[in-house]
Design a protein around this ligand. Sequence first.
Ligand SMILES: [Zn+2]
Length: 466
Amino acid sequence: MFKSFKKLLTAVIAGAFFSFQAQAQSILRDAETEAFFRQVSYPVFEAAGLTPQSVHIYLLNERSINAFVTGGQNIFFHSGLILAADDVDEFMGVLAHETCHISCGHRIRRGEAAGQAGTFSILSLVLGAAAIALGGGDAGIGILSAGQTVAQRQFLAYTRGEEAEADLAGARYLDQVGVSASGMIRFFDKLRDQEILAQVRQDPYVRSHPLNRTRILNLQEDTADAVHINSPPDEFVNERFKRLQAKLAGYLMEPRQTLRKYPLGDRSIAARYARVYAYHKALDWDLAIAEADALIAAEPNNPYFYEIKGQILFENGRVEESVPVLRQAVELAPREPLIATALAQSLVSFEDTDRMREAVPILETATRQDRGNTFAWFNLAKAYSWLEMQPEASLATAERFYSGGAASQALVHARRAMDGFDTGTPQWLRAQDIMIAAEDAARRQSRRGGRRRLQTSFSVESNSNE
Ligand SMILES: [Zn+2]
C-alpha cells in the first residue's frame, strides 16, 4: 500500500505545486501563489467591509477564463484567467468585482433544488479533490462531478443590476487600496471581443458576465475622476504576479510551448522560473536544477526558490540532497505549511527513526495551520505509525479522510483512535467529534439514496471550522 501511495504522491506533486488532481478539474495549491493571493486580496476585502481571513481564494486548474464566487465566501479563479491577464491590475479588477458579489450580498439565482446542496458541492470540489490525491478514489470523483455541476450553474447567475453594482463597487475598492480600475476596464474590454463568438467558444466568464458596450462605458464614466485611475501597476506586485504566471505556465503548458514563450535569451526571474518547470516536466533534471540555482543566486533569501529546488531533487530521487535545501526554505518561510510539508515529506521518506521524530512536530504545526492539508496528515500518520504511536496514527488518518471528505474511512479510523486513547483526553474527544460528524454524513448519504456527492456536506463542516 505504501508503495502505491508513494507513486501517487510523485504523480501529483510536480515542483512546488501540490495538484489535487482528478479527471477534469483540480485545485492547485502553491505556497507562493497562496501568499500572493492573501497579500493582494486582504486590503480589497477590508475595503469591502469583509473579514479578510474568512474569505478564501482557490485556484482551479482550468484553461478557460473564469472566476466565480460560491459557497459563501469562496472565490475561485481558473488558471486560464491568471494566464490571460496582461498585468496584475487586470487580475485585481476581476478580484474586486467578485469581492462585491460577496460583500454586496448578491445571491446566485438557481433552481431551488440546488439550494444548500450547491453550496456544499463546490467546497467539496476542493476537499473531494484532495481525497482523490490520497486514495479517496471513487468518492472523490463523485464529489468532483457534483462540483462541476454547480460551477456550470454559475452561468448567468446574477442579475444585470448586480453585475453593474459589482463593477462600480469593485472599482471603488480598487481606488481605496491605490489600484487603478483601468486594469478592470482593460480586461473586460479584451473579453468583449469574444461576444461575437458562438456561445460554445466563449469563455465562461464572458457567458456569465455579458460585456456589452454600455457596461464598459459606465465603468469608464464612473472611474474617470478616481484618484488612482491613471496609476500604473505597482512594480513590485506586478513582478510577483509575472512570476506566478510564469510558474503556472511552466507547470501547465507543454515544455516546448513554455520554452517558446520564455526563450533561453530571456534571463528575467520570471522566464527562469517558467523554464525550471518546463525542464522539470521534460525530465531534464540538470537543466532544471541549473535554472533553480540561477534563481537562488539572484535572490538568496527567496524561500520559494529553495522550495522548488528541493522538490526537484526529491522527485529526482536525490532525497538526501533535498533535505538541506528544503530546510533552508523553511528557515526563510517558517510559517508556510506547504513548504514545511515538503520538508517533512522528505524526512519521512527515509524511514529512519530520528528523521521521523524530527518530522512529527513539523507536521503537527503544518496541520494546525492548514487543516485541509491531506499530504501533511498522510505523512504525519506515517511518522506516528513508524514511531509506534498507533492511536495518534489512527487519529491522523481519520483527520486525513475527514478533511478529504471521505466519511466512511474517517469513521473507521476515528473509532480505532477512540479505542486507543483514554476516555476524555483531548485526542479522544477529537476522535469522537470526527466519528459523530462522519456518522452523520453517512446517514445523510443513505437518506438521499446514496448519491455520492453527499459526502460533501460532511467535508464542508470539517472545512468551515478552521
Ligand atoms: Zn459578476
